[in-house]
Design a binder for this molecule. Structure first.
Ligand SMILES: Cc1cc2nc3c(=O)[nH]c(=O)nc-3n(C[C@H](O)[C@H](O)[C@H](O)COP(=O)(O)OP(=O)(O)OC[C@H]3O[C@@H](n4cnc5c(N)ncnc54)[C@H](O)[C@@H]3O)c2cc1C
Length: 396
């Protein structure tokens, strides 16, 4: 074992792998921003369940919240690999900050992909200034199945009136604007709604606190005769489900990055502990039973990372993305939960202490097997894509 120890000292993110995935210069600046602005607030954000406003505003100031937007609207025009690296690195320090970014990216994806020129021009440049947004699909009676909703959208001359209540809204406690789904006469449609619009309010219900991914209470969003102008309908009336699927393809790829960050943080923390903890006159990591755990975990993390980066490439190349993003999130979230649980075990009593971060890793990892598309729904999506495909040799 002693000969092998120096090799184990490398982080699971092997430098050779990273060099091929994103430029080192990008990663170095990103890690420095994370250690300055995200790491210091990670523990408090989780413990107090507060939205990490300052961290997100600092990331916005440095251009990270508008990373993939077009330079014409103040973005950096970066590809999905860099966005994925952003999610992994931020979530290595705090998955709560990671999901705060996800809800911003979801609103951007919807507006830049489907929004009218007027809406794009009015809203997209605001992300560079730190606009905070949420994406509200879920209702008390409609979670995985959003084909029918109780929130309604009815036309009036010059716009739309929205009525209803959305539940479990990540970042909703701080959002300055929401993108919501509502049922209109043509079907499910998507709307942009500013938080300061008359009739918009949020409520912290008894269900608002989650045990993981705590970036402030997951509030209910109440829409009481909210009137928005016509251009706040995003894309075509009745196309909300298709738009949601496209948006989730993006955010599920980034969610895989969040899970990777959690897994890597747990792995490295446990490795540091196991190297220094002595039992039976040797370091804990030197027991074969323990080093095999690390070997298995690093293999799973590297595999999850390759799947996630392949999904990022598919996003940019528009290849079978529903399948690849679902695979990346399904595998990544399960790896993160397994790794976090294993790391608690490796660290013994230290692993279960509230002062140690492993409980947070485990809670965040598990919550991401449900949020943003549960593992069961992802398996349905992957299976559907297999049914679409013909096997070699099959004919029409
Ligand atoms: C931390 C967190 C953050 C969230 N943030 C947001 C947010 O920002 N915006 C938002 O709109 N929503 C948000 N949600 C809600 C989330 O999207 C839903 O919880 C999720 O879609 C699952 O819906 P549900 O909880 O109603 O479960 P249900 O849909 O009631 O499902 C219950 C169980 O049945 C399974 N199931 C359902 N349908 C099928 C099927 N067809 N095949 C097999 N199994 C199935 C599910 O996988 C689950 O295990 C968040 C949830 C969490 C936990």
């Amino acid at each position: 074992m002693s000969d092998d120890a120096p090799r184990l000292q490398q982080p699971p993110t092997t430098p050779s792998l990273w060099k091929e995935l994103v430029p080192a210069s990008f990663l170095i600046s990103l890690r420095s921003a994370v250690s300055e602005h995200v790491e210091p607030v990670a523990e408090q954000t989780d413990r107090e369940d507060v939205y990490p406003v300052r961290a997100i505003k600092e990331l916005a100031r440095l251009g990270y919240t508008s990373l993939t937007l077009d330079p014409a609207v103040g973005g950096a025009g970066a590809n999905s690999r860099r966005a994925l690296a952003l999610f992994e690195e931020v979530s290595y320090a705090s998955a709560a900050v990671g999901i705060s970014l996800i809800t911003i990216f979801q609103a951007q994806t919807l507006i830049k992909t489907f929004g009218s020129t007027e809406l794009r021009d009015a809203v997209l440049p605001r992300f560079r200034e730190g606009l905070l947004t949420s994406y509200a699909l879920t209702e008390a009676k409609h979670g995985s199945d959003i084909r029918h909703l109780d929130t309604t959208a009815t036309r009036f001359d010059g716009g739309w009136e929205l009525n209803g209540r959305k539940s479990f809204i990540t970042s909703g406690s701080a959002a300055e604007a929401f993108v919501i789904l509502a049922e209109s006469p043509a079907g499910i449609s998507t709307f942009y709604v500013q938080a300061d619009c008359p009739g918009v309010s949020t409520e912290k219900t008894t269900n608002a606190a989650t045990f993981g991914l705590r970036n402030g209470p997951h509030v209910d969003l109440k829409l009481d005769r909210v009137r928005v102008p016509s251009q706040y309908l995003i894309g075509e009336d009745g196309r909300g489900i298709r738009q949601a699927l496209t948006t989730l393809d993006h955010s599920r790829t980034m969610a895989a990055g969040i899970s990777l960050g959690i897994a890597r943080a747990a792995f490295e923390g446990a490795l540091r502990f196991a190297r220094t903890r002595i039992a039976f006159d040797q370091s804990v990591v030197a027991f074969q039973g323990i080093e095999w755990y690390f070997a298995q975990m690093v293999t799973a993390i590297d595999s999850a990372r390759l799947l996630a980066y392949s999904s990022a490439d598919c996003l940019d190349d528009h290849i079978d993305i529903d399948r690849h993003s679902s695979e990346a999130k399904l595998f990544g979230s399960e790896v993160a939960t397994d790794v976090a649980a294993r790391c608690v075990q490796i660290c013994g009593a230290y692993g279960v202490m509230e002062s140690a971060p492993f409980g947070r890793y485990l809670r965040d990892a598990k919550a991401y097997e449900i949020a943003g598309g549960s593992s069961e729904i992802l398996k349905n999506t992957i299976a559907k894509s297999l049914h679409r495909q013909r096997l070699t040799g099959e004919t029409e």
